[in-house]
Write a protein that binds this ligand. Sequence first.
Ligand SMILES: [Ca+2]
Ligand SMILES: [Ca+2]
Ligand SMILES: [Ca+2]
Ligand SMILES: [Ca+2]
Length: 355
Amino acid sequence: MKISLYILVLKLIISTLVFSIEVDGELDDAYGGALSVQQVQTGFGDPGSELDAAYSILLADKLYLMLAGNLEPNFNKLEIFIDSESGGQNKIISNLNSNNDNWAEKFDGFTFDKGFTADYLLIVRHGFGSTQLDLDFTKLGAGGSGGMVGRFDPINSGKNGPFEASNGLVIGFNNTNSGGIGSDQGQRANQEEARSVRTGTELSIPLELIGSPKSEIRMCVMINGQGHDYLSNQFLGAMPEWTGNLGTDGLGGYVDNSSLGDIDLNDFEGDQFFVITNGVRSLEIIGFDYDQDLSNLSITWVSNPGVSYRLESSIDMKSWSDIEDGIISQGESTTYTFLDVEEKEICKFFRVVEE
Ligand SMILES: [Ca+2]
Ligand SMILES: [Ca+2]
Ligand SMILES: [Ca+2]
Ligand SMILES: [Ca+2]
């Protein structure tokens, strides 16, 4: 039996939406624990460019991704390869892809770990004293396309997001982290410090943009130089201890006019990707709506198709009574509306139980 609990204070509910994610470059509690944590200190400066940890949650047909860390405002690239469909490229073949921002040419021959076949790529660029933040989206392969979908100015707009791109992507960006991992390149990172970083790049990705995946989603995240041809040692899933910057040749060297074709992630211990589970979704209340005139209260929770739920309430969290049972799932989220409690009840608790 699964139970989701939420404590409701009636005085506050009119304007409160719980467990939502704000795409502002700050880690929201709703993400839960990290899916991947950095293992090696960065070779790209501190504060410069670092990937401390990755978090993700699927809510209401969107994938939210939080990459705690920094991206130096020198047009270093934050590259997020997504494996969300069957097929795709385990080895990047330049002429099969859109070459937006010249990425494909520079990745020609680059090989991911076994089990990772890239289908999409997001590129985040950041420069001009943080006044320019660009987002590229690419669908890999024949029939794919790519290009810039948004250019934003976090400084002059006076906010860290949400910034909405032309294709439904939303980005938040907060580059203020001064903690996290250090810059003794390749030495073991302090993972506790890495987990403590709460700012970085945050994205909301409509699932239909990445093929409406029904099974797990894999991501390979890395920081590259401004020409897409000098890789740092900052990957999530992380590189093993003692890995320095990969550079162009995998050994830390810069090779002019060359691709990353000598780099094969199978040569580096462990999986340089992490997995986002997209199967049975955990039960969680994600919203309320209170209509003052009608005294109607609506509660929305993350649900799984094909199951039913029971909604209960309590005034002391000891004894619970049914509001309704046999509530049929409405799909990936379920909303139930009912006539609310009397005015004299200042405080009341609700929970949803999967039957
Ligand atoms: Ca946030
Ligand atoms: Ca794939
Ligand atoms: Ca740091
Ligand atoms: Ca590997």
